[in-house]
Design a protein around this ligand. Sequence first.
Ligand code: LCS
Length: 394
Amino acid sequence: MKSKEVRFETEVIHSGYSSERFEGSLTPPLFQTSTFTFDTAEQGERRFAGVEDGYIYSRLGNPTVKMLEERIAVIEKGEAALAFSSGMAAVSAIVVALTKTGDHILCSQGIYGCTFGFLQLLKEKYEISHDFSLMNSKEVLEDAILPNTTCIYIETPINPTMKLVDLQMVAEVARQKGIPVVVDNTFCSPYLQQPLLHGCDVVIHSATKYICGHGDVIAGLAIGNQDFIKRVAMTTQKDIGGIISPFDAWLLLRGLKTLPVRMDRHCDNANRLYSFLKNHPKVEDLHFPGDEGHPDYSIMKKQMKRPGGLISFSIKGTKETAQAFMNKLNLIKIAVSLGDAETLIQHPATMTHAVVPNEERERMGIHDTLLRLSVGLEAWEDIQADIEQALEKI
Ligand code: LCS
């Protein structure tokens, strides 16, 4: 069965795997091995020389990992993919592959704290500079691109402010200038948004989140065209070495099977909680792309299947009021990460984005009272009841 002929919900279960090749095993087998034996010394020589296909050593490729890479390439509508030991391993391998000393990276006005930290490191150690742009019109974007810009790096929705970037618009401008566009699609998963279909060049995931879905793996993925992905595999991935373990790849293959079902429920629950929070007198500054009043609502309609499972909002008051609210929650857990079955809440200014200097954080819209809720899969009535009782106590 060619995956092209089937729908997304079928691809997440079947693509990248045929049981006939593995004794009929319904579930993809776990190749928990570091190395592979050669029949002869000459065969080893041929494999190292790249003139014969076959596995060598799991940092250079592993059958379980390959199944995951093939599946994610199909569902992100890319030619090829690579799996990494973390989202940050994917981010760093891709950004390093696209830049050298003297180059410039243009970023959306807001990125995950550790991505910010990594760009800071590139600037300080290797003189690779970066800027942030609202990218809210062609003109704004064109003005922000410099002659030495070699990479446009976008999160949409942006963590944690939930602002969006118009992917098609950015891809059109970038294409004219020959600059690759990298999109961190972690907040959407390929079920809600497929940036390559909008003309972007590379997609990154922290697979730790919705792709895994069960809070038990740290992993990353990158998807793009065959040539680029091969180049990354043989350079920044192979030599820096941030590869995924076969067991984690196996868990992700399992998690992916339920991605559409989980995402729909995350979205249903988030929609309901958004309606509740919108009308609550102790809540303000609510950010949810499904809100018709959200400044980027039309972009959401254009490029996202549904508004997603994340909401950010402030509790009226101070940072201490926000923290007091968190401390009163029972069912909802105080934790970073997102996309798990459990509803999680975190305080970006002191947690995920604590490394971003105050001034930059304010510019990104991450105020001291802002909270980010990753809406889980529990009964929405129970999540709402927990929020309600905590709000009553502050
Ligand atoms: N990209 C985005 C948008 C993220 O949110 C994260 C992690 C990463 C990349 C890095 O992925 P990792 O290496 O952790 O797999 N975001 C986190 C967050 O918001 N809370 O905890 C981690």
